[in-house]
Design a protein around this ligand. Structure first.
Ligand code: FPP
Length: 240
């Protein structure tokens, strides 16, 4: 396999992890087993990102729309998340990984919130990589939330309308401290954004692979990164 150029790695990779259900169905297994195998891919991609020196990794772990799934599947996903957070805390501390989250966290079951905030606090001073989990996340909801908070600052006299610019607006998003993603990966071959990071992906390179998320191995991740490195990023300007 071709070698990755360490100088040209994306600073921020975001991933829409899709296809756990289809993976399970193909094998005659339950959706929950699909999600369990999805967690294995999460571990592999987090580890590979850290080893490569990627500074920001954002995973779409539970969308606002996912609340429409059965109570049983939702609880199973929440339990997997809780177990993941508990089992990975040591690994995150040893590898200097800071955990962060975006989304309407107060909608999550209280036990999951407690575990999540515990890991976030424990890893708050870590520096090498930020792993952000998007939970109960929706891009449109985030934009509305940001506008409301911005208007509160206008009401308080902390901001005036002239100061509402492309540069200042992102300060009000959940992702205020993160650079925009350079690369967005979506598994399972669907050509959709599904309400993920709508504002932030304006200039992001997209990589869509037919691989289902539980099959998304380190090798497939490296292929995505190699593909990204071959692209010329112009941010709307001309080449040369
Ligand atoms: C898509 O599969 C995936 C999700 C709904 C969420 C991803 C969740 C995990 C990988 C497990 C828990 C997360 C962490 C961070 C530990 P799908 O069910 O939409 O698949 P389908 O479209 O084939 O039905």
């Amino acid at each position: 396999m071709e070698q990755l150029n360490p100088e040209k790695l994306p600073r921020h990779v975001a991933i829409i992890m899709d296809g756990n259900g289809r993976w399970a169905k193909k094998k005659g297994l339950t959706r929950i087993i699909g999600h369990q195998n999805g967690v294995k891919s999460v571990r592999e991609v987090v580890k590979a990102s850290r080893e490569l020196g990627i500074r920001w990794l954002t995973l779409y772990a539970f969308s606002e729309e996912n609340w429409k799934r059965s109570k049983y599947e939702i609880r199973a996903l929440m339990d997997l998340l809780k177990r993941y957070l508990k089992s990975e805390l040591k690994e995150m501390l040893e590898n200097d990984i800071r955990l962060s989250c975006i989304g309407q966290i107060d909608k999550l079951p209280i036990d999951v919130q407690t575990t999540l905030w515990h890991s976030i606090e424990k890893t708050a001073h870590n520096k090498e990589m930020t792993l952000t989990l998007a939970l109960s996340y929706g891009g449109r909801q985030e934009i509305i939330w940001a506008i409301k908070n911005m208007l509160k600052d206008v009401e308080k006299g902390l901001l005036n309308i002239k100061q509402i610019t492309e540069e200042r607006f992102p300060e009000y998003l959940f992702t205020a401290d993160a650079p925009d993603p350079d690369l967005l990966i979506r598994t399972s071959g669907e050509f959709r954004i599904s309400n993920f990071l709508l504002w932030q992906i304006a200039y992001t390179e997209l990589y869509i692979t037919p691989a289902l998320w539980p099959d998304f191995s380190k090798e497939r991740y490296l292929e995505a990164l190699l593909d990204y490195q071959k692209r010329e990023r112009r941010f709307g300007s001309t080449s040369g």
